[in-house]
Design a protein around this ligand. Structure first.
Ligand SMILES: [Zn+2]
Length: 135
């Protein structure tokens, strides 16, 4: 079984930014896979030559990742225009997996809490309706 690795996975491998499982998956795939080894060597060579895509630079400097609070505000559309643009670029164009995972997580939390709010509200409504009904 040979899995096809994407360019960004190989880059992450070079950065040692993959999970231990993924790291060892690449390592075992490398054994006896000349083509994969050549791809890795090419990526490495391109880096040495100083050719970096914007996405690669962003990914390599996780420092540019917004905070979880900023991601939350982004979801709520509570950021100013400049920050919104920055986050949209980071998430949609750079496709930062770290932030996407974070964002999915936050989205789920927000959905859950708004659902909880709705059910609380309807419960309140029902109980006060019942209360009024009794009167
Ligand atoms: Zn990020």
């Amino acid at each position: 079984m040979s899995k096809e690795f994407t360019e960004s996975e190989l880059e992450a491998y070079l950065d040692e930014a993959l999970s231990p499982d993924e790291m060892s998956a690449v390592e075992s795939a490398l054994r006896g896979n000349v083509e994969l080894a050549q791809r890795l060597a090419m990526i490495n060579g391109r880096r040495d030559a100083g050719v970096h895509s914007i996405g690669e630079i962003w990914r390599r400097h996780r420092i540019s990742c917004p905070t979880r609070e900023q991601l939350g505000s982004y979801l709520l559309e509570a950021l100013d225009k400049e920050q919104t643009e920055y986050l949209r670029f980071h998430i949609e164009h750079v496709g930062c997996r770290f932030c996407r995972a974070n964002l999915d997580d936050l989205k789920m939390q927000q959905e859950e809490s708004s659902e909880a709010k709705i059910s609380r509200r309807s419960k309140y409504f029902q109980s006060s309706a019942g209360y009024l009904g009794k009167k």
